[in-house]
Design a protein around this ligand. Structure first.
Ligand SMILES: *[C@@H]1O[C@H](CO)[C@@H](O)[C@H](O)[C@H]1NC(C)=O
Ligand SMILES: *[C@@H]1O[C@H](CO)[C@@H](O)[C@H](O)[C@H]1NC(C)=O
Ligand SMILES: *[C@@H]1O[C@H](CO)[C@@H](O)[C@H](O)[C@H]1NC(C)=O
Length: 320
């Protein structure tokens, strides 16, 4: 992996030790109000959540070089723009579900940062294309297009709305993978990112051991033709089965080895300009999804991210 020659982008890698989750954490609710109230957070999409908590969101649709239409949700503020990019099979909801007290999007907006929540092509909020193309053509993309088409289009869009030259970037998991792809294959975009925070970075997926995902990756040669024949392209559709899967993965504390400290070390060695990096204490037993959905996310992930961006921003102001 080559991140280009630019030393301007300084990547901070926050990593954590994936351990087996010994004390299976139960995430259950006995709160029947949550279920019976139609305005309960559990039924709301990103825009509805933002509106409910008084953040007056904007919706922006961006057309990529190859005609995909991807949605960005913005909490408009006058401060520096921060682009938040979610993980696999997820969406902008990632940065909101813990609520205004605990989720990163709100924390940054409350400090005056102009927050942009991106939705990758094909996710539940970004399913459009400028042409009426058949499903087999629409779904014929990989991480490469997400990194070489979507991210550059989105970054250019934000910078043009703000008439600025740079933004901050925070990616989680797949949101780091596509960032690495962008910086490698469209190296001129290194200069458009002031500072990137990579949460649980993943560059290679050959070591992933995760329920369902590892079965998918090992059997792709069989599954792709099968799914094509069945006309199934959207394997992460927002459906009941996927919800059950997520609930199971969350609730049962599935032993998780999405990537290991050694894998992140490998990425770090390949990057020319890492400004700092954090390894979580193994005894925390932090799992991949906890980064976004865990009750400890604010303390161990979001607050450090906010500090990194604040420190960079205010150091830059002092230098002027
Ligand atoms: C839910 O109810 C069960 C049985 O009434 C109780 O044992 C459990 O502690 C409750 N859980 C929560 C999170 O309140
Ligand atoms: C998918 O894209 C590849 C490479 O861009 C191309 O070779 C292939 O024909 C495409 N398949 C479909 C069904 O469009
Ligand atoms: C990790 O946490 C354990 C338990 O809290 C503590 O004993 C240990 O010193 C910590 N290790 C490091 C490197 O901070």
């Amino acid at each position: 992996m080559n991140l280009g020659n630019s030393s301007l982008i300084r990547s901070v890698i926050l990593i954590f030790c994936f351990g087996y989750v010994q004390n299976r954490r139960k995430i259950k609710t006995n709160n029947t109000n949550l279920i019976s109230d139609p305005n309960s957070d559990i039924y709301l999409d990103s825009l509805q959540l933002l509106a409910k908590y008084g953040y007056n969101p904007q919706r922006h649709s961006v057309v990529t070089g190859d005609g995909y239409v991807v949605d960005l949700y913005r909490i408009p503020r006058n401060g520096p723009p921060v682009l938040l990019v979610h993980g696999i099979a997820d969406s902008s909801d990632s940065w909101l579900v813990l609520g205004p007290e605990n989720s990163l999007a709100y924390q940054l907006a409350d400090l005056g940062y102009d927050v942009w929540l991106y939705n990758t092509r094909g996710n539940k909020y970004s399913k459009a294309h400028v042409r009426n193309i058949p499903a087999n053509k629409y779904w014929n993309f990989t991480y490469e297009e997400m990194g070489t088409q979507d991210l550059p289009a989105v970054i250019d869009y934000i910078l043009s709305v703000r008439s600025l030259g740079k933004l901050y970037y925070v990616g989680f998991s797949q949101g780091t993978t596509i960032f690495f792809i962008m910086c490698s294959l469209r190296p001129e975009y290194n200069d458009k990112v002031k500072h990137a925070v990579m949460l649980a970075p993943i560059a290679l997926i050959n070591n992933i051991k995760y329920p369902f995902i590892d079965i998918l990756t090992k059997n792709l040669h069989l599954l792709v033709p099968l799914f094509n024949n069945l006309g199934i392209y959207d394997v992460y559709a927002n459906n009941h089965l996927l919800n059950l899967y997520h609930a199971k993965v969350c609730r049962d504390g599935v032993p998780e080895k999405v990537h290991l400290v050694e894998n992140v070390e490998f990425i770090r060695r390949k990057l020319p300009n890492v400004a700092g990096y954090i390894v979580f204490n193994k005894s925390l037993d932090f799992t991949h999804l906890e980064f976004i959905y865990g009750s400890r996310a604010k303390k161990f992930v979001n607050n450090p991210v906010v500090n990194i961006i604040n420190n960079d921003y205010y150091a830059g102001l002092e230098a002027v």
